[in-house]
Design a protein around this ligand. Structure first.
Ligand code: ZN
Length: 486
Protein backbone atom coordinates (compact mmCIF):
# COMPACT_ATOMS: atom_id res chain seq x y z
CA UNK A 1 0.00 0.00 0.00
CA UNK A 2 2.66 2.44 1.05
CA UNK A 3 4.82 1.50 -1.90
CA UNK A 4 1.91 1.94 -4.27
CA UNK A 5 1.37 5.35 -2.74
CA UNK A 6 4.99 6.28 -3.28
CA UNK A 7 4.89 5.02 -6.86
CA UNK A 8 1.75 7.03 -7.50
CA UNK A 9 3.40 10.07 -5.93
CA UNK A 10 6.42 9.69 -8.19
CA UNK A 11 4.18 9.27 -11.22
CA UNK A 12 1.94 12.25 -10.53
CA UNK A 13 4.94 14.30 -9.42
CA UNK A 14 6.58 13.73 -12.77
CA UNK A 15 3.45 14.93 -14.57
CA UNK A 16 2.90 17.94 -12.40
CA UNK A 17 6.26 19.52 -13.19
CA UNK A 18 6.54 20.96 -9.68
CA UNK A 19 8.42 24.26 -9.54
CA UNK A 20 11.80 24.44 -7.81
CA UNK A 21 11.62 24.84 -4.04
CA UNK A 22 11.85 28.44 -3.09
CA UNK A 23 10.45 29.83 -6.35
CA UNK A 24 7.23 31.84 -6.31
CA UNK A 25 5.71 30.34 -9.44
CA UNK A 26 1.96 29.82 -8.91
CA UNK A 27 0.80 26.25 -8.52
CA UNK A 28 -2.71 24.85 -8.70
CA UNK A 29 -2.84 21.43 -7.05
CA UNK A 30 -5.84 19.27 -8.04
CA UNK A 31 -6.88 16.74 -5.39
CA UNK A 32 -7.54 13.26 -6.72
CA UNK A 33 -9.97 12.47 -3.90
CA UNK A 34 -12.33 14.00 -3.07
CA UNK A 35 -12.58 15.59 -6.48
CA UNK A 36 -12.67 19.36 -6.07
CA UNK A 37 -14.22 20.50 -9.31
CA UNK A 38 -13.83 23.80 -11.01
CA UNK A 39 -17.07 25.63 -10.04
CA UNK A 40 -18.09 26.20 -13.67
CA UNK A 41 -17.66 22.49 -14.45
CA UNK A 42 -19.53 21.44 -11.31
CA UNK A 43 -22.41 23.74 -12.22
CA UNK A 44 -22.59 22.37 -15.78
CA UNK A 45 -22.62 18.78 -14.46
CA UNK A 46 -25.49 19.61 -12.09
CA UNK A 47 -27.57 21.24 -14.85
CA UNK A 48 -26.78 18.43 -17.30
CA UNK A 49 -28.22 15.87 -14.84
CA UNK A 50 -31.46 17.87 -14.76
CA UNK A 51 -31.50 18.10 -18.57
CA UNK A 52 -30.91 14.36 -18.96
CA UNK A 53 -33.82 13.61 -16.58
CA UNK A 54 -36.07 16.10 -18.42
CA UNK A 55 -35.21 14.51 -21.78
CA UNK A 56 -36.79 11.20 -20.71
CA UNK A 57 -40.00 12.47 -19.07
CA UNK A 58 -43.27 11.99 -20.90
CA UNK A 59 -44.24 14.93 -23.13
CA UNK A 60 -46.91 16.24 -20.75
CA UNK A 61 -44.38 16.46 -17.90
CA UNK A 62 -41.85 18.17 -20.18
CA UNK A 63 -44.49 20.68 -21.27
CA UNK A 64 -45.45 21.34 -17.66
CA UNK A 65 -41.82 22.23 -16.86
CA UNK A 66 -41.67 24.46 -19.94
CA UNK A 67 -44.95 26.21 -19.02
CA UNK A 68 -43.72 27.00 -15.52
CA UNK A 69 -40.52 28.51 -16.91
CA UNK A 70 -42.38 30.42 -19.64
CA UNK A 71 -44.79 31.87 -17.06
CA UNK A 72 -41.84 33.06 -15.00
CA UNK A 73 -40.22 34.65 -18.07
CA UNK A 74 -43.47 36.37 -19.14
CA UNK A 75 -43.94 37.90 -15.68
CA UNK A 76 -40.36 39.17 -15.84
CA UNK A 77 -40.91 40.49 -19.39
CA UNK A 78 -44.12 42.32 -18.44
CA UNK A 79 -42.47 44.00 -15.49
CA UNK A 80 -39.24 44.98 -17.16
CA UNK A 81 -39.58 45.29 -20.93
CA UNK A 82 -41.61 48.16 -22.39
CA UNK A 83 -42.20 46.32 -25.67
CA UNK A 84 -43.45 43.12 -24.05
CA UNK A 85 -45.55 44.99 -21.49
CA UNK A 86 -47.42 46.71 -24.34
CA UNK A 87 -47.72 43.55 -26.43
CA UNK A 88 -48.89 41.30 -23.59
CA UNK A 89 -51.27 43.89 -22.11
CA UNK A 90 -52.91 44.34 -25.51
CA UNK A 91 -53.35 40.58 -25.80
CA UNK A 92 -54.92 40.36 -22.34
CA UNK A 93 -57.27 43.27 -23.15
CA UNK A 94 -58.41 41.55 -26.33
CA UNK A 95 -58.95 38.34 -24.36
CA UNK A 96 -61.31 39.79 -21.75
CA UNK A 97 -62.02 37.40 -18.94
CA UNK A 98 -58.94 35.31 -19.59
CA UNK A 99 -55.79 35.78 -17.59
CA UNK A 100 -53.78 33.46 -19.85
CA UNK A 101 -53.62 32.50 -23.49
CA UNK A 102 -51.72 29.91 -25.46
CA UNK A 103 -48.35 30.88 -26.90
CA UNK A 104 -49.77 30.25 -30.39
CA UNK A 105 -52.05 33.31 -29.98
CA UNK A 106 -49.11 35.64 -29.60
CA UNK A 107 -47.97 37.52 -32.70
CA UNK A 108 -44.98 36.15 -34.59
CA UNK A 109 -41.88 38.24 -33.94
CA UNK A 110 -40.24 39.07 -37.26
CA UNK A 111 -36.68 40.12 -37.85
CA UNK A 112 -37.93 43.55 -38.99
CA UNK A 113 -39.83 44.08 -35.71
CA UNK A 114 -36.80 42.96 -33.74
CA UNK A 115 -34.61 45.46 -35.58
CA UNK A 116 -37.11 48.27 -35.13
CA UNK A 117 -38.08 47.66 -31.49
CA UNK A 118 -34.88 46.10 -30.10
CA UNK A 119 -34.31 48.98 -27.67
CA UNK A 120 -37.80 48.66 -26.14
CA UNK A 121 -37.43 44.87 -25.81
CA UNK A 122 -34.24 45.09 -23.78
CA UNK A 123 -34.16 44.87 -20.04
CA UNK A 124 -31.59 46.96 -18.24
CA UNK A 125 -29.81 44.27 -16.30
CA UNK A 126 -26.50 46.08 -16.70
CA UNK A 127 -27.74 48.67 -14.25
CA UNK A 128 -28.55 45.86 -11.79
CA UNK A 129 -24.94 44.69 -12.05
CA UNK A 130 -25.72 41.58 -14.03
CA UNK A 131 -23.57 40.43 -16.88
CA UNK A 132 -25.13 40.67 -20.29
CA UNK A 133 -23.66 39.30 -23.48
CA UNK A 134 -24.25 41.23 -26.68
CA UNK A 135 -24.69 38.99 -29.72
CA UNK A 136 -24.56 40.65 -33.13
CA UNK A 137 -26.01 38.38 -35.74
CA UNK A 138 -26.08 38.88 -39.46
CA UNK A 139 -28.78 36.26 -39.86
CA UNK A 140 -29.68 34.59 -43.09
CA UNK A 141 -29.97 37.73 -45.13
CA UNK A 142 -27.14 39.81 -43.77
CA UNK A 143 -29.48 42.17 -41.96
CA UNK A 144 -27.76 42.75 -38.62
CA UNK A 145 -29.58 42.37 -35.34
CA UNK A 146 -28.30 42.92 -31.82
CA UNK A 147 -29.55 40.52 -29.17
CA UNK A 148 -28.70 40.65 -25.47
CA UNK A 149 -28.31 37.42 -23.53
CA UNK A 150 -28.23 36.92 -19.80
CA UNK A 151 -24.78 35.46 -19.14
CA UNK A 152 -25.25 33.98 -15.61
CA UNK A 153 -27.83 31.50 -16.97
CA UNK A 154 -26.85 31.30 -20.61
CA UNK A 155 -23.21 30.29 -20.11
CA UNK A 156 -23.73 27.32 -17.72
CA UNK A 157 -26.76 26.13 -19.70
CA UNK A 158 -24.74 26.23 -22.91
CA UNK A 159 -22.00 24.15 -21.26
CA UNK A 160 -24.53 21.71 -19.82
CA UNK A 161 -26.15 21.10 -23.23
CA UNK A 162 -22.67 20.61 -24.72
CA UNK A 163 -22.14 17.90 -22.07
CA UNK A 164 -25.49 16.33 -22.98
CA UNK A 165 -24.31 16.15 -26.60
CA UNK A 166 -21.18 14.34 -25.36
CA UNK A 167 -23.30 11.98 -23.28
CA UNK A 168 -25.39 11.13 -26.36
CA UNK A 169 -22.34 10.83 -28.63
CA UNK A 170 -19.38 10.01 -26.37
CA UNK A 171 -15.89 11.04 -27.48
CA UNK A 172 -12.58 9.37 -26.71
CA UNK A 173 -11.39 11.87 -24.09
CA UNK A 174 -7.78 10.72 -24.27
CA UNK A 175 -7.52 12.21 -27.76
CA UNK A 176 -7.61 15.90 -28.66
CA UNK A 177 -10.52 17.93 -29.96
CA UNK A 178 -10.03 20.06 -33.08
CA UNK A 179 -12.20 23.12 -33.61
CA UNK A 180 -12.30 24.83 -37.02
CA UNK A 181 -14.47 27.94 -37.04
CA UNK A 182 -14.36 31.66 -37.70
CA UNK A 183 -13.16 32.91 -34.35
CA UNK A 184 -10.85 35.70 -33.15
CA UNK A 185 -7.32 34.87 -31.95
CA UNK A 186 -8.13 36.01 -28.41
CA UNK A 187 -11.02 33.53 -28.24
CA UNK A 188 -8.77 30.82 -29.71
CA UNK A 189 -6.25 31.35 -26.88
CA UNK A 190 -9.02 31.33 -24.29
CA UNK A 191 -10.65 28.15 -25.64
CA UNK A 192 -7.32 26.34 -25.80
CA UNK A 193 -6.31 27.36 -22.27
CA UNK A 194 -9.69 26.62 -20.70
CA UNK A 195 -9.76 22.88 -21.00
CA UNK A 196 -6.11 21.94 -21.04
CA UNK A 197 -5.11 19.77 -18.12
CA UNK A 198 -8.46 20.15 -16.36
CA UNK A 199 -10.15 17.08 -14.88
CA UNK A 200 -8.83 14.80 -17.58
CA UNK A 201 -10.60 16.80 -20.27
CA UNK A 202 -9.07 16.46 -23.73
CA UNK A 203 -6.83 19.18 -25.13
CA UNK A 204 -8.65 21.55 -27.44
CA UNK A 205 -6.92 22.90 -30.56
CA UNK A 206 -8.57 25.70 -32.49
CA UNK A 207 -7.95 27.14 -35.96
CA UNK A 208 -9.67 29.94 -37.83
CA UNK A 209 -11.45 28.57 -40.89
CA UNK A 210 -11.43 31.80 -42.88
CA UNK A 211 -7.77 32.62 -42.44
CA UNK A 212 -6.46 29.21 -43.52
CA UNK A 213 -7.05 27.25 -46.69
CA UNK A 214 -8.78 23.85 -46.38
CA UNK A 215 -5.47 22.25 -47.52
CA UNK A 216 -3.59 23.85 -44.62
CA UNK A 217 -6.35 22.82 -42.19
CA UNK A 218 -6.17 19.21 -43.36
CA UNK A 219 -2.37 19.17 -42.82
CA UNK A 220 -2.97 20.55 -39.32
CA UNK A 221 -5.55 17.82 -38.59
CA UNK A 222 -3.09 15.16 -39.76
CA UNK A 223 -0.62 16.49 -37.18
CA UNK A 224 -2.91 16.62 -34.16
CA UNK A 225 -5.08 13.58 -35.08
CA UNK A 226 -8.23 14.52 -33.15
CA UNK A 227 -11.02 12.17 -32.11
CA UNK A 228 -13.53 15.00 -32.30
CA UNK A 229 -13.65 17.60 -35.05
CA UNK A 230 -16.01 20.55 -34.58
CA UNK A 231 -16.68 22.56 -37.73
CA UNK A 232 -19.32 23.60 -40.26
CA UNK A 233 -20.77 21.14 -42.80
CA UNK A 234 -19.30 23.11 -45.72
CA UNK A 235 -15.80 22.88 -44.25
CA UNK A 236 -16.26 19.22 -43.23
CA UNK A 237 -17.31 18.34 -46.79
CA UNK A 238 -14.29 20.09 -48.29
CA UNK A 239 -11.86 18.45 -45.81
CA UNK A 240 -13.38 15.03 -46.54
CA UNK A 241 -13.04 15.65 -50.28
CA UNK A 242 -9.39 16.72 -49.95
CA UNK A 243 -8.49 13.80 -47.66
CA UNK A 244 -10.11 11.27 -50.00
CA UNK A 245 -8.46 12.81 -53.07
CA UNK A 246 -5.02 12.75 -51.41
CA UNK A 247 -5.55 9.24 -50.03
CA UNK A 248 -4.71 10.52 -46.52
CA UNK A 249 -5.52 8.21 -43.61
CA UNK A 250 -7.09 10.17 -40.78
CA UNK A 251 -9.35 8.36 -38.31
CA UNK A 252 -11.81 10.68 -36.55
CA UNK A 253 -14.55 9.53 -34.17
CA UNK A 254 -17.09 12.31 -34.60
CA UNK A 255 -17.44 15.38 -36.79
CA UNK A 256 -19.70 17.70 -34.81
CA UNK A 257 -21.27 20.35 -37.00
CA UNK A 258 -23.04 23.66 -36.44
CA UNK A 259 -24.42 26.71 -38.28
CA UNK A 260 -25.53 25.00 -41.50
CA UNK A 261 -27.82 22.14 -42.51
CA UNK A 262 -26.41 18.61 -42.81
CA UNK A 263 -27.34 16.37 -45.71
CA UNK A 264 -27.01 12.63 -46.30
CA UNK A 265 -24.22 13.27 -48.79
CA UNK A 266 -22.08 14.92 -46.13
CA UNK A 267 -22.65 12.02 -43.72
CA UNK A 268 -21.50 9.58 -46.39
CA UNK A 269 -18.45 11.63 -47.45
CA UNK A 270 -17.29 12.10 -43.85
CA UNK A 271 -17.76 8.40 -43.07
CA UNK A 272 -15.77 7.40 -46.14
CA UNK A 273 -12.95 9.89 -45.61
CA UNK A 274 -12.51 9.72 -41.82
CA UNK A 275 -14.60 6.76 -40.67
CA UNK A 276 -16.41 9.44 -38.64
CA UNK A 277 -20.03 9.88 -37.65
CA UNK A 278 -21.50 13.32 -38.27
CA UNK A 279 -23.19 14.70 -35.18
CA UNK A 280 -25.35 17.65 -36.16
CA UNK A 281 -26.19 20.35 -33.65
CA UNK A 282 -28.75 23.07 -34.36
CA UNK A 283 -27.95 26.37 -32.69
CA UNK A 284 -28.10 30.11 -33.28
CA UNK A 285 -26.57 33.17 -31.75
CA UNK A 286 -29.89 34.52 -30.50
CA UNK A 287 -30.73 31.46 -28.34
CA UNK A 288 -27.74 29.10 -28.15
CA UNK A 289 -28.64 25.41 -28.52
CA UNK A 290 -31.92 24.66 -30.27
CA UNK A 291 -31.64 20.91 -30.96
CA UNK A 292 -29.12 18.06 -30.76
CA UNK A 293 -28.79 14.98 -32.94
CA UNK A 294 -30.53 11.90 -31.53
CA UNK A 295 -28.22 9.34 -29.86
CA UNK A 296 -29.52 6.68 -32.28
CA UNK A 297 -30.83 8.34 -35.47
CA UNK A 298 -29.79 11.23 -37.72
CA UNK A 299 -32.72 13.50 -36.80
CA UNK A 300 -32.67 16.20 -34.11
CA UNK A 301 -34.23 16.40 -30.64
CA UNK A 302 -35.40 19.87 -29.59
CA UNK A 303 -33.74 21.26 -26.44
CA UNK A 304 -37.06 21.99 -24.72
CA UNK A 305 -35.15 22.95 -21.58
CA UNK A 306 -33.80 25.99 -23.43
CA UNK A 307 -36.37 26.87 -26.08
CA UNK A 308 -39.88 26.23 -27.32
CA UNK A 309 -39.78 25.52 -31.05
CA UNK A 310 -42.90 25.77 -33.18
CA UNK A 311 -42.90 24.77 -36.84
CA UNK A 312 -45.71 26.58 -38.67
CA UNK A 313 -47.12 27.03 -42.16
CA UNK A 314 -47.08 30.50 -43.75
CA UNK A 315 -50.63 31.08 -42.45
CA UNK A 316 -49.53 30.26 -38.89
CA UNK A 317 -51.09 26.77 -38.61
CA UNK A 318 -48.79 24.30 -36.83
CA UNK A 319 -47.14 21.70 -39.07
CA UNK A 320 -47.89 18.03 -38.55
CA UNK A 321 -45.40 15.16 -38.69
CA UNK A 322 -43.84 15.06 -42.15
CA UNK A 323 -44.71 18.70 -42.94
CA UNK A 324 -42.16 21.50 -43.22
CA UNK A 325 -42.59 25.11 -42.19
CA UNK A 326 -41.07 28.19 -40.62
CA UNK A 327 -39.21 27.78 -37.34
CA UNK A 328 -40.47 30.01 -34.51
CA UNK A 329 -38.33 30.08 -31.39
CA UNK A 330 -39.21 31.20 -27.88
CA UNK A 331 -36.16 31.45 -25.65
CA UNK A 332 -37.03 30.30 -22.14
CA UNK A 333 -34.20 32.21 -20.48
CA UNK A 334 -34.26 35.51 -22.37
CA UNK A 335 -34.08 37.59 -19.21
CA UNK A 336 -31.99 40.33 -20.82
CA UNK A 337 -34.11 40.54 -23.97
CA UNK A 338 -37.14 38.27 -24.17
CA UNK A 339 -37.74 36.88 -27.67
CA UNK A 340 -41.08 35.11 -28.05
CA UNK A 341 -42.12 33.30 -31.23
CA UNK A 342 -39.18 34.71 -33.15
CA UNK A 343 -39.01 33.68 -36.82
CA UNK A 344 -35.31 32.87 -37.17
CA UNK A 345 -35.55 32.40 -40.93
CA UNK A 346 -35.06 28.62 -41.10
CA UNK A 347 -37.40 25.98 -42.45
CA UNK A 348 -37.71 22.63 -40.65
CA UNK A 349 -39.61 19.38 -41.06
CA UNK A 350 -41.46 17.94 -38.06
CA UNK A 351 -40.46 14.36 -37.21
CA UNK A 352 -42.35 11.49 -35.58
CA UNK A 353 -41.71 10.60 -31.90
CA UNK A 354 -38.42 8.75 -31.46
CA UNK A 355 -37.73 5.19 -30.25
CA UNK A 356 -34.33 5.98 -28.69
CA UNK A 357 -35.62 6.62 -25.17
CA UNK A 358 -35.34 10.41 -25.48
CA UNK A 359 -38.89 11.80 -25.53
CA UNK A 360 -38.01 15.33 -26.70
CA UNK A 361 -39.79 16.54 -29.86
CA UNK A 362 -38.16 15.61 -33.16
CA UNK A 363 -37.13 17.76 -36.12
CA UNK A 364 -36.50 15.45 -39.04
CA UNK A 365 -34.36 18.01 -40.81
CA UNK A 366 -33.61 21.71 -40.92
CA UNK A 367 -33.11 23.75 -44.06
CA UNK A 368 -31.07 26.76 -43.09
CA UNK A 369 -28.39 28.95 -44.48
CA UNK A 370 -25.44 27.45 -46.31
CA UNK A 371 -22.02 28.88 -46.86
CA UNK A 372 -20.01 28.63 -50.03
CA UNK A 373 -16.33 28.79 -50.79
CA UNK A 374 -15.01 31.54 -53.03
CA UNK A 375 -12.77 30.33 -55.79
CA UNK A 376 -9.54 32.34 -55.57
CA UNK A 377 -7.65 33.37 -58.72
CA UNK A 378 -4.99 30.68 -58.01
CA UNK A 379 -7.69 27.97 -57.97
CA UNK A 380 -7.73 27.49 -54.18
CA UNK A 381 -10.92 27.82 -52.16
CA UNK A 382 -11.56 30.12 -49.22
CA UNK A 383 -14.55 30.69 -47.00
CA UNK A 384 -15.77 34.27 -46.95
CA UNK A 385 -16.03 36.28 -43.77
CA UNK A 386 -19.26 38.11 -44.38
CA UNK A 387 -21.52 39.56 -41.77
CA UNK A 388 -23.89 42.49 -41.84
CA UNK A 389 -21.56 44.48 -39.60
CA UNK A 390 -18.98 45.03 -42.31
CA UNK A 391 -21.62 46.54 -44.55
CA UNK A 392 -23.36 48.62 -41.92
CA UNK A 393 -20.09 50.27 -40.91
CA UNK A 394 -20.04 51.91 -44.33
CA UNK A 395 -23.67 52.38 -45.31
CA UNK A 396 -27.18 51.46 -44.03
CA UNK A 397 -27.30 48.19 -45.98
CA UNK A 398 -30.38 46.12 -45.08
CA UNK A 399 -29.60 43.02 -47.06
CA UNK A 400 -26.88 41.70 -49.31
CA UNK A 401 -26.10 38.78 -51.51
CA UNK A 402 -22.73 37.97 -53.06
CA UNK A 403 -22.38 36.11 -56.33
CA UNK A 404 -19.27 34.71 -58.00
CA UNK A 405 -19.50 34.20 -61.77
CA UNK A 406 -17.81 31.58 -63.94
CA UNK A 407 -14.98 33.98 -64.85
CA UNK A 408 -14.19 34.38 -61.13
CA UNK A 409 -15.46 37.95 -60.82
CA UNK A 410 -17.56 38.81 -57.79
CA UNK A 411 -20.66 40.97 -57.55
CA UNK A 412 -22.48 42.01 -54.40
CA UNK A 413 -26.12 43.03 -54.62
CA UNK A 414 -27.19 45.30 -51.81
CA UNK A 415 -30.59 46.52 -50.72
CA UNK A 416 -30.66 49.79 -48.88
CA UNK A 417 -33.37 52.15 -47.62
CA UNK A 418 -31.90 55.08 -49.56
CA UNK A 419 -29.76 55.56 -52.66
CA UNK A 420 -26.05 55.00 -52.04
CA UNK A 421 -23.53 57.60 -53.16
CA UNK A 422 -20.71 56.67 -55.50
CA UNK A 423 -18.27 57.14 -52.57
CA UNK A 424 -20.25 54.65 -50.47
CA UNK A 425 -20.41 52.14 -53.30
CA UNK A 426 -16.64 52.48 -53.76
CA UNK A 427 -16.05 52.03 -50.01
CA UNK A 428 -18.25 48.90 -50.04
CA UNK A 429 -16.27 47.55 -52.97
CA UNK A 430 -12.98 48.14 -51.17
CA UNK A 431 -14.35 46.52 -47.99
CA UNK A 432 -15.50 43.48 -49.94
CA UNK A 433 -12.16 43.02 -51.73
CA UNK A 434 -10.38 43.31 -48.37
CA UNK A 435 -12.72 41.03 -46.37
CA UNK A 436 -12.72 38.38 -49.08
CA UNK A 437 -8.96 38.85 -49.67
CA UNK A 438 -9.98 38.86 -53.28
CA UNK A 439 -7.74 40.74 -55.71
CA UNK A 440 -9.82 40.34 -58.91
CA UNK A 441 -12.88 42.26 -60.05
CA UNK A 442 -15.43 43.07 -57.37
CA UNK A 443 -18.65 44.91 -58.22
CA UNK A 444 -21.24 46.35 -55.86
CA UNK A 445 -24.72 46.94 -57.27
CA UNK A 446 -27.63 48.48 -55.43
CA UNK A 447 -31.04 46.91 -56.09
CA UNK A 448 -34.58 47.53 -54.85
CA UNK A 449 -35.31 43.92 -54.10
CA UNK A 450 -33.30 40.83 -53.33
CA UNK A 451 -35.10 37.62 -54.03
CA UNK A 452 -33.63 34.31 -52.95
CA UNK A 453 -33.86 31.60 -55.60
CA UNK A 454 -35.54 29.30 -53.10
CA UNK A 455 -36.29 29.63 -49.40
CA UNK A 456 -35.04 26.09 -48.93
CA UNK A 457 -31.55 26.86 -50.02
CA UNK A 458 -30.06 30.16 -48.97
CA UNK A 459 -26.42 31.03 -49.21
CA UNK A 460 -24.24 34.01 -48.29
CA UNK A 461 -22.23 33.58 -51.39
CA UNK A 462 -23.54 31.91 -54.49
CA UNK A 463 -21.14 30.45 -57.04
CA UNK A 464 -22.62 30.37 -60.53
CA UNK A 465 -21.37 28.40 -63.48
CA UNK A 466 -22.39 31.24 -65.79
CA UNK A 467 -21.01 34.54 -67.00
CA UNK A 468 -22.60 37.68 -65.55
CA UNK A 469 -24.62 38.36 -68.71
CA UNK A 470 -25.89 34.76 -68.86
CA UNK A 471 -26.87 34.90 -65.17
CA UNK A 472 -28.83 38.12 -65.83
CA UNK A 473 -30.50 36.55 -68.91
CA UNK A 474 -31.49 33.49 -66.86
CA UNK A 475 -32.92 35.71 -64.11
CA UNK A 476 -30.52 34.28 -61.52
CA UNK A 477 -29.32 37.74 -60.52
CA UNK A 478 -31.11 41.11 -60.72
CA UNK A 479 -30.61 43.08 -63.93
CA UNK A 480 -29.11 46.43 -62.90
CA UNK A 481 -30.27 47.95 -66.23
CA UNK A 482 -33.92 47.02 -65.64
CA UNK A 483 -36.21 49.69 -64.13
CA UNK A 484 -36.47 47.73 -60.88
CA UNK A 485 -32.67 47.49 -60.69
CA UNK A 486 -31.32 50.52 -58.86
ZN1 ZN B 1 -34.04 9.85 -30.54
Amino acid sequence: MALAGVRAAVNTGAQERAPELGTRAPIEPHPVFPLVRDPAVALAIDIERQLAAHSRLDRAAQQAQQSRQLGYLLTHAMRRSAYWRDTLEKLLENNKGRSAFPLSEMPILTRETLQRDAAAMRIDLHAAGNKVRVMRTSGSTGTPVEVLRYAPVEAPLYRAITRLDLRWHPADESRPVAVIKDVAQRAIDRMSARTEGREGLPAVHVMNMVEHSPEALLRWLLEIRPDDLITTPTMAAELARLASAAGERLEIGHVRTFAEPVGDELRRAVREAFGAKVVDRYSCEEFGWLALQCPKHDHLHVMTSNVIIEVVHDDGRPCKVGEAGRVLVTGLHGYAMPLLRYDIGDVAEVGAPCDCGVTLPVLRRVHGRERSFILMPDGSKRLARLTGEYWREIAPVDEYRVVQYADGSIEAFVRCERGLSSEELLALREMLARVLSFPATVRVTQVNQLAWPSRWKRVDLLRLEHTRQRAIDLGLVPDPAAPSGV
